[in-house]
Design a protein around this ligand. Structure first.
Ligand SMILES: Cc1cc2nc3c(=O)[nH]c(=O)nc-3n(C[C@H](O)[C@H](O)[C@H](O)COP(=O)(O)OP(=O)(O)OC[C@H]3O[C@@H](n4cnc5c(N)ncnc54)[C@H](O)[C@@H]3O)c2cc1C
Length: 305
C-alpha cells in the first residue's frame, strides 16, 4: 500500500498543481479549454498510475504465504478421494489473491497427530505452482499404519493443517540442464510433477524431461491423466514410461521394478548437462542409486529428493 501511495503522489501533485498554470501565457494558450485540458491531465495521471502499479505488481509478486521458521495454519476447502488410499487436498491461502510462495523444487513440512495423539512431522510437495492463486494442493497417499496418513485420513473440509516452509536442497532455474531423467515411485511423483509443470508451462524453457514412473498396479498411478495430457501436448519436451510390478493382462508399459535397461532406454545418457532425479520409498531409492552408478552417472548427475 505504501508503494502505491508513493506512486500516486506524483500524478496527484501534478493534477493539483495544473490548474494554477497560466495557459494564456503559452504560445497556443488562447485556443485551450482549461477544463478539457485538466480532464486530459487527470486521465493521463490515472493511466500512468495504473500502468505503474501493474508494472510494480508484476516485478514484485505478492509475498508468499509460508514462514520457514513458524507453522502457519491453512484451511482445507476441498478433499477429493482419487482412489481407495489417495486423496487430493485443496487448502485456502490467506486471501484469494495470495500465492503459496514455494520455489520450484522445494517442499513443505506438515504437522499432524497420529492415531495415539502424538505429534508427527512429514514432508509434502504441492502439485500446484505460484501461478495457482488463492490455494495450494497436495496429493497424499495414505498408508494403513502410516502416522501422518492417519492425520490426513481424518481431515475434513473446514479443518486446518499446520505447515512450515519452504525447505529442501533442490533448486531450479530454467536452462540449468539440457534434460532431466526422473525415476519416481508411488507418491514420489509429487516433486517431479511440480518440476514438470513448471518446465512445460514455461514456453521459454527448452529442458527435456524423461519420466519413468513405477507403481504396483495401474490404479496406483497418481496424476496419470495430467501426465498423459502433458505427453500429448508436449511430445518433444516430455515423455513418460510407466512401470508396474503387477500389470493388468493388457499392458504395454514396463513390468517389474525399474531396471538398468529401462533407465538406458528412457533416460538421457550420462553427460555433464543432464541430471537424473529420484524419489520413491527408501528401498527403491537405494536400488536406483546402484543402477545409476553402474550406468556411469556421476554423483553430480544424480539427485535424490
Ligand atoms: C521431499 C518429500 C516430499 C514428499 N511429498 C509427498 C507428497 O506430496 N505426497 C505424499 O503422499 N507423500 C509425500 N512424501 C512422503 C511423506 O513425507 C510421508 O513419508 C508419507 O506420507 C508417509 O508418512 P506416514 O507418517 O503416513 O508413514 P510412516 O508412519 O512414516 O510409515 C508407515 C509405513 O508406511 C509405509 N510408507 C511410508 N512412506 C512410504 C513411501 N514413501 N512409500 C512406500 N511406503 C511407505 C511404510 O511401510 C512404513 O512402514 C514426501 C516425502 C519427501 C521426503
Amino acid at each position: 500500500m505504501k508503494a502505491l501511495a508513493k506512486m500516486l503522489e506524483l500524478p496527484f501533485n501534478m493534477a493539483l498543481r495544473f490548474p494554477i498554470l497560466d495557459f494564456k501565457s503559452l504560445p497556443f494558450g488562447e485556443n485551450l479549454n482549461p477544463k478539457l485540458l485538466r480532464g486530459v491531465v487527470a486521465l493521463v495521471a490515472v493511466g500512468f498510475t495504473t500502468a505503474a502499479y501493474i508494472y510494480y505488481r508484476r516485478r514484485s509478486p505478492t509475498k508468499g504465504s509460508l514462514d520457514p521458521n513458524n507453522f502457519k495454519e491453512f484451511q482445507l476447502i476441498k478433499k477429493t478421494q482419487l482412489s481407495h488410499n489417495v486423496a487430493r487436498f485443496r487448502f485456502a491461502l490467506p486471501t484469494p489473491s495470495s500465492v503459496l510462495g514455494l520455489p520450484v523444487g522445494k517442499n513443505i513440512l506438515a504437522r499432524g497427530k497420529d492415531s495415539q495423539g502424538e505429534e508427527v512431522l512429514r514432508s509434502y510437495t504441492p502439485i500446484t505452482l505460484d501461478s495457482d492463486v488463492g490455494y495450494f494442493e497436495l496429493v497424499v497417499k495414505m498408508y494403513p499404519n502410516g502416522k501422518m496418513s492417519h492425520h490426513f485420513r481424518q481431515m475434513k473440509e473446514g479443518d486446518y493443517l499446520a505447515v512450515r516452509g519452504p525447505k529442501g536442497r533442490f533448486s531450479y532455474k530454467p536452462g540449468q540442464v539440457r534434460g532431466f531423467g526422473m525415476l519416481a515411485g508411488g507418491s514420489g511423483i509429487t516433486p517431479m510433477f511440480q518440476l514438470i509443470r513448471a518446465i512445460l508451462e514455461n514456453p521459454k524453457d527448452k529442458t527435456k524431461v524423461h519420466l519413468v514412473y513405477a507403481n504396483v498396479t495401474e490404479d496406483d498411478i497418481l496424476l496419470k491423466e495430467e501426465l498423459d495430457d502433458f505427453a500429448n501436448k508436449f511430445p518433444h519436451r516430455f515423455e513418460v514410461h510407466y512401470v508396474l510390478s503387477k500389470p493388468p493382462n493388457q499392458w504395454n508399459g514396463g513390468i517389474g521394478f525399474i531396471s538398468k535397461e529401462m533407465i538406458r532406454s528412457h533416460c538421457p545418457e550420462p553427460a555433464q548437462d543432464i541430471q537424473i532425479l529420484r524419489c520413491g520409498p527408501p528401498p527403491m531409492n537405494k536400488a536406483m542409486a546402484a543402477n545409476l552408478d553402474a550406468l556411469g552417472y556421476t554423483s553430480n548427475m544424480q539427485f535424490e529428493f
